[in-house]
Design a protein around this ligand. Structure first.
Ligand code: FE2
Ligand code: FE2
Length: 265
């Protein structure tokens, strides 16, 4: 069995320090092969927040695939947002949001992709999207993975919404992305809506985790996901904050046949 931990929307600057420590303790106990960090690591993309992020990531007990969210761009510092949007990210976290982040091991190939954008052709710049170059690069990365690997895409904006999060919008170009990922990828991880759920889209499993330890709640408690994969099966379990600790909530189980998934009753 391989365990992947999924945490999202840390929002350092609006984080609850004791809960952040509780998440670290949970992750140490779960001993995942990989931690997927699905964006919005900061609240305002300040240097102080990025320093706190760096310290937190250094405490993780496993390798991490980390992608940015819309909050990791300089919000209203307009010149910086357009001219050097990822300067602080690069300085503190050392990765390039314009490229992919990849990790493989323990039967997992994970690819992280940036969906946050400096601007959008609509009033809501918190929305994200993929472009054709990114979709092709992700598809190529999965094509190069061992056939039996669990192929995991780590992003910030969602490929699946529930009624509670409908107003936030799907990741832009989700349709073309899904056409390329269908039968190629297995699991799409995201955040952004601060709600925990999982389900199927086009034969792919989508898992969304809530905000792990910030006070920016959207109607449900803080949460993170533990994903356990064994052969062609996987389960997604939300661990939710109950007031003084994390407890297991919903548990969804899936089985695949040639990278196409269905639920197990
Ligand atoms: Fe967020
Ligand atoms: Fe977000």
């Amino acid at each position: 069995m391989t365990t992947i931990a999924q945490i999202s929307d840390l929002h350092f600057g609006r984080h609850v320090p004791a809960m952040a420590q509780a998440v670290l303790a949970e992750l140490r106990a779960a001993a995942p092969a990989l931690v997927a960090v699905c964006g919005d690591l900061t609240q305002t993309a300040s240097d102080a927040e990025f320093r706190a992020v760096r310290a937190f990531l250094d405490e993780l007990p496993a390798p991490a695939v980390v992608v940015p969210g819309n909050h990791d761009l300089p919000g209203w510092r307009v010149w910086t947002r357009f001219a050097r949007p990822w300067r602080s990210w690069r300085r503190h976290l050392g990765t390039d949001p314009d490229g992919l982040v990849t990790w493989s091991g323990d039967g997992v190939t994970a690819v992280g992709v940036t969906t946050a954008r400096r601007w959008g052709p609509h009033h809501d710049w918190s929305r994200g999207r993929l472009d054709a170059r990114q979709i092709a690069a992700v598809a190529a990365a999965f094509d190069g993975a061992p056939g039996g690997d669990l192929r995991v895409l780590v992003a910030h904006h969602p490929f699946l919404l529930t009624a509670a999060g409908r107003a936030r919008g799907l990741v832009g170009r989700s349709g073309p992305a899904l056409r390329h990922l269908r039968g190629r990828a297995d699991l799409l991880l995201g955040g952004h809506v601060h709600l925990a759920y999982s389900g199927l889209v086009d034969g792919l499993v989508v898992a969304q985790s809530g905000t792990a330890f910030s006070d920016r709640l959207k109607g449900e408690p803080n949460s993170f996901n533990l994903i356990e994969a064994t052969g062609d099966r996987l389960t997604v379990t939300a661990r939710r904050w109950s007031g003084d600790r994390f407890e297991s909530g919903r548990h969804n189980a899936y089985i695949r046949d040639n990278h196409r998934w269905r639920t197990i009753a």
